[in-house]
Design a protein around this ligand. Structure first.
Ligand code: RAM
Length: 934
């Protein structure tokens, strides 16, 4: 953002004049057409950027705008829109002083870029939109929406980072039996400052962040419902900041601003115990108050703050849990009239201009819901075990009888083994909370700076003379705050359970960044897991901003030579080495697939450079178009030829996988280049794609298309079929080989992380959805239902992570809450319900449900950028009924090649279509017919 030039100013002046004139005439028109405009209702669901609704502390001074035409509007399509943006409510109504798009002829209702006067930190921006329908009828204006910018750059921060002068403590870690080393463990600290407030506060905002994790307080009250803020970014490059509206919390007279600060990801350990040398946590705050009389007041974190580490939270770590000492409670510590004379003066650190302070890009982790305990499982030797009924992530909330001075211990486990508490799969993560009471009686406790992945809780050290009850404990479920749709249901209870399990896997691992697992000493943003699950997750929850925020982190972590680390963010002080095909390819696959599902070009613009750099890295790892990149390969494929660790990578040749992914990344980058108008590059990449394809065909298959390198596996055919690496005349032969692989495995899958997501799309394209149904409904190992038959309430890392009879798989790497195999959920929507975008962003939709006798019905819906598409199909014998609603401003192609006597009714009237693939306009349809394939 530069200073506007004189020319710019003049042109803006002219613009203002034009706007005024237009508005005047618009006003007149509005009056005249008022009766008409009530026919088509005002736009709804206004959003800025990747999905924010009226955000406070927004990060982007030039966001895009999106809206929807309401389902009950008389409009069918949009033919034009007008957006107005203003710096106040009054101006919005009189003269949009920031931007008026005027009437723009287009059917686009999403991702319209702001093109007005540059916006600045703190600015409150008002906006509204209206549209014209296909008959040029104008809608009413939408309700007025707001976004307020946060502090957009480091120069806006006036204070300093602060912390307690001495919070570190040396502890010794033992790794296995041989290695022993010391590290610093930082105690949580309590910070406070006092200030004097005046009457008539007009507006107050708290801008705040930490190197570490924090909870802010104002006048004794915790601010917000966020947890583990600011979340996890590459802290050496960028730290996110939070903004809170505290207007109604400022008192006249004495006020106290405070915070608790703990390690979090910043200084806490990442992975198993290791030597690390990380700086202590710091806190940064800026409270800005404006008064009605125009005066302003700014309270910042500075040398005048006081700090103690003698508060009740004595220890807190992501992996290890929390220690709470009730005797150290300090009633009123965050309010006025508290004696902090025993506290220390903080030390300060100036803000480093090289570390970007940026408003948080997506909603923070919050306490989303509370689950009651389902059952008291057992009571042995003073330890009681509760079953919360669901494997999930968050913290417990207990209300238990305790005895003064007797430490209560809470442990967590994903599943019991033969009724015994099992924690081995947590590896070095202690995942234990301690509560030391200073009074006897009932006490309430909920940890603040940790999170656990668990279903069972073991409580010991409580007052065992009292009869335990399930009312003693609740589970507080936490994840990044987004809507989970719960939008698929079928006639088959196990399929529904699978859908729920996958959704819980999503909830559990979308914890500020996409985690591989939430329980053991890992919990990392593994790129391969993300690569396969990003698109499926978009069908299940409102997670576009979650992914787009993480991609920013991925861009920051990419090495100069284009290498993409295997998990992101990487370790705080140590840059991980290496890259893996199928993992690093997340940087091309995720932006491209997000674009397909949203139609938002910005995701491509933002990530384009990263995509091309990754191609450079691919190139550096290949010779004659064959890639030798390292790879985790078809991770955790069942029945591998190797044993233990050696078997983890499966049997599909490494170089076959890496070359296939090289081709895929080139293909997606070529397509992206085309969308972005980079035609020349697109052509070069298309050529490169062809060269890789030819080399791949020659290097890995013989004339009969049999695999000549490594083993012949399902994945060795799934990859080239899905990535279209064989010429069309050879496809059929490859398909035969694939079917042969299934025959040999008695129609069981034999795929790991990379192969599994390809099963459904490949089989459906082959006209073999029946085989996909068979795999999906398989009850025996390896299969999805096998996990359900063994009590799973989430998806597992391994196809055989656990069994009711044998207990846990003894492999050290074994989580019961991993989302990778949940990627199959995409087929519930794209296959079983049959909803697929025909153009990026679903303005054209293909509706092609896959019917099978295993189901008598399936229903679901999806919120496209235009509105909700819903489908509900039922099967009685061979008779099929489909209830379908196409959202406004959308066209759909109904593709039911196996249905004869097709009748499509709208408002009870049959509609005639000559086309074998009828094109449907927005509206509700009742479709009937007879299946010829069932
Ligand atoms: C383990 C996890 C993770 C996977 C890597 C390769 O850490 O299984 O999900 O991506 O290995």
């Amino acid at each position: 953002m530069g200073i506007p030039s004189v020319n710019n100013k003049i042109s803006r002046l002219l613009q203002v004049v034009v706007i005024t004139i237009t508005l005047f005439s618009c006003g007149k028109n509005q009056g005249v057409s008022h009766a008409q405009s009530t026919n088509s209702l005002a736009p709804i669901q206004l959003k800025v950027g990747a999905g924010a609704i009226n955000p406070v502390g927004y990060y982007d001074p030039a966001p895009s705008f999106s809206w929807k035409i309401p389902a009950d509007s008389t409009a069918t399509f949009q033919s034009a829109y007008q957006i107005q943006v203003a710096s106040s409510l009054d101006s919005l109504k009189n003269k949009a002083d920031l931007w008026d798009s005027h009437k723009v002829l287009t059917d686009s209702n999403a991702w319209i870029n702001y093109q007005g006067t540059p916006l600045t930190s703190r600015q409150i921006v008002y906006w509204r939109v209206r549209y014209w329908d296909e008959t040029n009828q104008q809608s009413d204006w939408s309700p007025i929406n707001i976004f307020e910018l946060g502090l957009l750059d480091n120069t806006q921060w006036q204070g300093e980072w602060i912390r307690h002068p001495d919070t570190g403590e040396t502890i010794t870690f033992k790794k296995g039996t041989s290695k022993e080393f010391s590290n610093t463990l930082y105690r949580p600290q309590y910070l406070r400052t006092q200030f004097s407030g005046k009457p008539n506060v007009q507006k107050a905002r708290l801008y705040v962040t930490a190197k570490g994790v924090f909870k802010p307080y104002l006048n004794g009250q915790a601010i917000g419902n966020d947890t583990m803020t600011p979340g996890w970014t590459p802290y050496k490059q960028r730290i996110e900041t939070l903004t809170y509206d505290v207007t109604d919390k400022i008192l006249t007279g004495n006020n106290v601003l405070g915070a608790i600060l703990a390690e979090g990801w910043y200084t806490g350990r990442i992975l198993s115990p290791q030597k690390r040398d990380v700086p202590a946590p710091y806190f940064l705050a800026q409270l800005e108050i404006s008064y009605d009389n125009g005066q302003t007041q700014v309270i910042t974190s500075n040398k005048d703050w006081r700090a103690t580490h003698n508060g009740p939270i004595q220890m807190a770590g992501n992996y290890d849990g929390e220690f709470y000492d009730q005797s150290k409670e300090m009633p009123g510590w965050a309010a006025a009239n508290f004696d902090d004379s025993s506290w220390n003066t903080v030390i300060t650190q100036t803000i480093d201009p090289k570390v970007e302070l940026e408003p948080k890009r997506h909603a923070p982790v919050r306490n989303i819901k509370t689950l009651p305990a389902q059952q008291l499982v057992s009571q042995n030797d003073g330890a009681i075990i509760f079953d919360m009924g669901q494997n999930m992530v968050g913290v417990p909330k207990v209300n238990i009888p305790v005895i003064k001075g007797q430490k209560v211990q809470l442990r967590f486990s994903e599943a019991l083994e033969h009724d015994k508490f099992y924690v081995k799969n947590l590896r070095s993560a202690k995942v234990t909370d301690y509560y030391l009471p200073s009074q006897t009686g009932m006490t309430e406790y909920q940890p603040t700076f940790t999170f656990h992945g668990y279903r069972y809780v073991e409580i010991s050290g409580h007052d065992t003379s009292k009869t335990p009850s399930t009312s003693w404990i609740k589970a507080v479920v936490q994840h990044s705050d987004f809507d989970v749709y719960e939008n698929f249901e079928s006639s088959h209870p196990k399929l529904n359970q699978l859908q729920r399990n996958i959704t819980w896997g999503l909830r559990s691992n979308f914890y500020d960044i996409p985690l591989d697992c939430p329980q053991r000493d890992e919990r990392l943003g593994w790129t391969g897991d993300a690569q396969v699950f990003a698109a499926p997750s978009m069908y299940m929850a409102d997670v576009y901003s979650f992914w787009s925020a993480w991609l920013k982190t991925v861009r920051e972590e990419q090495a100069d030579n284009g290498r993409v680390p295997n998990f992101i963010p990487t370790k705080q002080n140590k840059h991980t080495k290496g890259a893996s095909s199928g993992w690093g390819d997340a940087v091309t696959v995720i932006p491209w697939e997000l674009y397909q599902l949203t139609g938002d070009k910005r995701i491509l613009v933002d990530n384009f450079e990263m995509m091309t750099k990754w191609l450079d890295y691919h190139k550096s790892q290949s010779k004659d178009y064959i890639s030798n990149m390292q790879s985790f390969q078809d991770w955790l494929q069942p029945f591998p030829e190797g044993e233990g660790r050696a078997g983890r990578r499966g049997d599909t040749d490494k170089s076959l996988i890496s070359t296939a992914y090289y081709a895929r990344s080139v293909e997606y980058t070529a397509k992206t280049s085309k969308v972005l108008g980079k035609t020349e590059l697109a052509q070069q990449l298309e050529q490169l794609h062809q060269q890789i394809k030819t080399a791949y065909r020659q290097a890995f298959y013989d004339n009969d298309l049999k695999v000549i390198k490594g083993s012949s596996t399902q994945t060795s055919y799934l990859l080239p079929l899905e990535f279209e690496l064989f010429d069309s005349n050879e496809k059929e032969v490859a398909q035969k080989h694939l079917l042969n692989e299934f025959k040999e495995s008695k129609h069981h899958l034999r795929t790991g992380f990379l192969g599994t997501p390809l099963l459904a799309p490949v089989l459906q394209k082959m006209g073999k959805s029946d085989l996909m149904f068979e795999l999906l409904f398989k009850e025996t190992y390896p299969s999805w239902f096998y996990s359900i038959n063994n009590g799973a309430t989430t998806t597992w890392e391994r196809w055989n992570s656990y069994s009711l009879t044998e207990g846990y798989n003894s492999e050290s790497m074994n989580s019961l809450n991993h989302y990778a195999y949940g990627a199959v959920a995409k087929w519930f929507y794209q296959g079983i319900l049959g909803i697929k975008p025909l153009v990026p962003g679903f303005k054209k939709i293909s509706v092609e449900p896959q019917f099978n006798t295993k189901l008598t019905s399936a229903k679901g819906h999806y919120q496209t950028p235009q509105g909700k598409i819903s489908i509900n199909w039922e099967l009685k014998g061979t008779h099929i009924t489909v209830d379908l609603t196409i959202p406004k401003n959308t066209q759909a192609e109904l593709n039911l090649p196996t249905i004869k006597n097709l009748v499509i009714r709208q408002n009870n009237q049959p509609i005639l279509f000559s086309d074998p693939i009828p094109k449907l306009l927005p509206g509700r349809y009742l479709i009937t017919g007879e299946s010829i394939s069932l």
